[in-house]
Design a protein around this ligand. Structure first.
Ligand code: NDP
Length: 307
């Protein structure tokens, strides 16, 4: 049997399918020379030193589409193929972005608490909320998931804008400057990959441009937003609301954010439904099994497509 190193959690279904073809090893029980395959996830990735120490490593299968925690360029140079799970989670993550947007505008958390706490009975109707209809939406990162977010929001939103490095062939307004887009829109939705090229792209200047009436939604990576600048902007009224699924130092979330009433927080649950995690798990395992069978894979990351 082939030796597979498991980093992070996998589902029972993944374990069952993998056990038929691999000897699954945990981080506290493996022989570096015999590991040829790794299954990991977008959060844990593969630590640099570990990858270096595995001289016979051939393949890394990431249970997730974001692979910024794996050095895919270094892997490609060594002929190690990295795979991920694109597309099967697009609609789910898009739903999460919409959920956060609606929760910010319609104060879902505040009003749920208003009913539960008995305040409705005592104080009468809750204060009014803001309408989520007819807001100008700006998407930072119009890739697979960004497009799925637009598909869900288009019937509600009169104007969609986007910022990416390369202009796309789409009927939405393109901004080559993120600050200018933030000035123009009511809602900024972040859905780029993580990693150095997007690190703290959403900084104090972008947040100020989004403004006191603006809402930031982040379903990308915590690293894309300068979290300290975000807290300052929310605290001093420079930014109105934030809906956040991802954070700089997960699962630790700054106390300041946890105490604010103008934020909605999720525990990195963008793709976390039973159905979508099953589809992601299947693709993660299919990539490993196919590689074992004939050396090919289904969904290599761009850096490894020519291997
Ligand atoms: P894609 O590769 O399809 O799209 C990425 C988009 O980001 C592209 O439009 C790209 O355009 C743009 N982009 C990349 N770098 C930059 C940059 N420096 N500045 C501006 N735009 C940039 O990825 P997906 O849509 O499949 O996934 C996006 C990310 O979503 C994942 O990498 C992951 O980090 C995150 N994610 C989060 C989840 C969650 O649970 N919250 C779940 C799943 C994914 P261009 O290259 O032209 O700049």
């Amino acid at each position: 049997m082939t030796d597979l190193l498991q980093i992070g959690g996998i589902t029972e279904r993944m374990r069952e399918r993998l056990s038929a073809a691999f000897d699954i090893h945990q981080l506290d029980d493996f022989n570096a020379d015999s590991i040829t395959h790794i299954v990991t996830n977008g959060h844990d990735g593969v630590p640099h030193d570990l990858m270096t120490s595995l001289s016979n490593l051939k393949m890394i299968s990431v249970y997730g589409v974001g692979y910024d925690a794996v050095d895919a360029s270094a892997a490609a140079k060594r002929g190690i193929v990295v795979t991920h799970t694109p597309d099967v989670l697009n609609k789910e993550v898009a739903t999460t972005a919409v959920l956060l947007l609606l929760s910010c505008y319609r104060e879902l958390v505040r009003d749920d608490n208003y009913v539960r706490s008995g305040r409705w009975e005592v104080e009468g109707n809750a204060p009014l909320t803001r309408s989520a209809d007819n807001q100008k939406i700006g998407i930072l990162g119009l890739g697979r998931i960004g497009q799925a977010i637009v598909d869900k929001l288009e019937p509600w939103a009169p104007e969609i804008s986007y910022h990416t490095r390369n202009q796309k062939d789409v009927p939405y307004r393109y901004f080559d400057n993120l600050v200018e887009m933030a000035e123009h829109v009511d809602v900024l939705i972040c859905i780029t990959p993580g990693g150095p090229s997007t690190n703290r792209l959403v900084n104090a200047e972008v947040l100020r441009a989004l403004g006191a009436g603006g809402t930031l939604i982040n379903v990308s990576r915590g690293s894309v937003v300068d979290e300290t600048a975000l807290i300052n902007a929310l605290q001093n009224g420079e930014l109105g609301w934030a809906g956040l699924d991802v954070f700089e130092d997960e699962p630790r979330v700054p106390k300041a954010l946890r105490e604010m009433s103008n934020v909605v927080l999720l525990p990195h649950a963008g793709s976390a439904t039973i159905e979508t995690r099953a589809a992601m798990g299947d693709l993660t395992v299919d990539n490993l099994l196919q590689h074992l069978k004939d050396g090919s894979v289904i969904t290599a990351v761009p850096e490894c497509r020519d291997l």
